[in-house]
Design a protein around this ligand. Structure first.
Ligand code: PMP
Length: 344
């Protein structure tokens, strides 16, 4: 039942329909208008609420889930939180295999939301039995009646954004969007949103954001897996050491690579200048926009939508900790001119 006056049956009724917020200060020197799709307004504080709810409801429709069954996933945290939230409301058990790169805050949050969490080493290959992919696969085989969400290789991940994020952005910009800028992890957000938007207007340019240390940009250019691209980096949820089938590379026009350091500073700058307390990959996406402006990518009449995937509270022990920033050496390279520019 739907209630009036902002009264809801349960928290899941609040998934999606996130606001588009104009960026006024950070982009004042840039050509074009910039709007952020702020996914922290989802009840689980990230875009992953959309895929958790969509994929679980699709499994229900196909008769794969009954109350008390187990949902399994590999996750850097956000998807796990969203699955845990959906599981509580719908009466499922939630089991998560998490990378050791995830922040302690995220892991504690998942446990608080009732999930059983397995922490797996981050810097092993995907086919290593200790990797979170292999651990999840093994648990899926062991637990009877379990459903494995498998967000990197589940094309329903693309559909979730095709049916929600894409139409919302089209409606919110009244069809005037010219560019979409979004981080690519599983690739579900950028692929599904781009697919819907390009169906409405094929001229819309879609720019993916990738990390140095990830294989995604190179694969987009060559369609070849180049192991030499892979090395450890700090941003969680962006880029990959494998090619996810939840990324539809044909929907993406270009990729931009960003560094851990610049993305961290840009995330802090978003908070200081726009009053938006968002996560590390929001900083990465905005950093890509800065780099695109340096090469004069945008024109005066462009309407650029950038996706801010999650909330800043998940990074208190990382990019929003001065101690962590110093330990990474992220303050070392800031000279006075740069410091003034980023308004510390
Ligand atoms: N930002 C964050 C914080 C994420 O957790 C993810 C998902 N791994 C992304 C961006 C990328 O979204 P997608 O997986 O849809 O490409």
């Amino acid at each position: 039942m739907k209630y009036k006056n902002q009264v809801f049956d349960n928290v899941l009724d609040l998934v999606g329909n996130t606001p588009l917020i104009k960026l006024n200060n950070m982009t004042s020197d840039f050509k074009g208008k910039y709007f952020a799709k702020v996914e922290a307004f989802n009840p689980g504080h990230s875009s992953k609420d959309r895929i958790a709810l969509f994929i679980i409801e699709q499994a229900e429709k196909r008769g794969l889930l009954k109350p008390g069954d187990t949902i399994i996933e590999t996750t850097s945290g956000n998807t796990g939180f969203s699955i845990a939230m959906v599981s509580i409301i719908k009466g499922y058990d939630c089991v998560l295999a998490v990378s050791s790169k995830s922040s302690a805050d995220k892991i504690d949050m998942l446990k608080t939301m009732g999930a059983k969490v397995y922490v797996c080493p981050a810097h092993v290959s995907a086919d290593d039995p200790r990797s979170y992919y292999q651990v999840a696969k093994r648990l899926h085989e062991e637990i009877k009646g379990s459903v494995y969400i498998n967000q990197y290789f589940n094309e329903l991940n693309i559909d979730a954004h095709y049916y929600s994020t894409g139409p919302e952005i089209w409606k919110q910009t009244e069809g005037k969007i010219t560019h979409l800028v979004a981080c690519s992890g599983t690739g579900g957000t950028i692929s599904g949103t781009a697919k819907y938007l390009k169906e409405q207007n094929p001229a819309i340019k879609v720019i993916g954001v990738d990390a140095f240390g990830s294989v995604i940009k190179k694969y987009h250019e060559t369609r070849e897996f180049d192991e030499k691209e892979i090395y450890p980096y700090r941003i969680e949820g962006l880029g990959k050491n494998l090619i996810p089938s939840a990324t539809d590379f044909d929907q993406i026009d270009d990729f931009v690579k960003v560094t851990d350091e610049e993305s961290a500073h840009t995330a802090r700058q978003i908070a200081k200048t726009e009053g938006l307390f968002v996560g590390y990959t929001s900083g990465a996406a905005m950093q890509a926009i800065k780099q695109l402006n340096e090469v004069d990518q945008f024109k005066e009449n462009d309407i650029v939508v950038v996706i801010f995937p999650d909330h800043g509270s998940r990074y208190m022990s990382k990019i929003y900790s001065d101690k962590w920033m110093s330990e990474q050496g992220f303050f070392d390279s800031i000279n006075e001119v740069a410091a003034e520019k980023i308004q510390y």
